[in-house]
Design a protein around this ligand. Sequence first.
Ligand code: HEC
Length: 170
Amino acid sequence: MPAISGQDCVKALSRLGYRQVRQKGSHVRLFCEDRNPVTVPMHPTLDRGTLRAIIRTVEITVAIVGIFATMITLAGCGGSAGPLTPAERGRIVYMTNCVICHNADPNLPGEQGPAIAGSSRELVYDRVLYLTYPPGYTPKRPTHTMRALPQLVNRIDDLTAFLAEAAGQN
Ligand code: HEC
């Protein structure tokens, strides 16, 4: 998770169309038509849990990549947004959907899931969407703990790009 201040987060949400409706103490409440309202604490750095909760709330109706990409840009240099590479987009998808079980560093085993850096597109596709394995593939674990995430159907290429890049870095 990138380090993001409450103020940057509010800026990012504003760029998505959220409007600040009130501030109670250090908590800013934002609304957006057709989307879930969010509350952002104006802390110098939002802790992981808070940031994740905000992303989750917004994610339900907004493409996750949009909000998080904006946040990363603001956190990075506060300047202009450049288009993200597939691996960068995949990293965002991975950090929001997979690290509950897999390690934040996909080269390492996580709390529940094995190391998956370098996984082929076919493997990522079969696992994430259908919990199956490509024909002839020997699973790293014999368990059936993972849950399918069919809503990520359009994120498989990005995830694969991220996992490939992560494997190359070690
Ligand atoms: C609920 C926990 C959980 C989540 C969330 C999860 N996984 Fe898994 N994953 C596992 C576990 C546990 C395994 C080992 C097989 C099993 O028990 O299902 C696994 C196995 C895998 C494998 C196969 C590894 C191998 O080579 O045998 C891949 C690839 C994978 N996960 C990718 C992902 C990706 C990508 C995401 C996010 C989009 C994700 N997983 C989300 C728990 C999870």
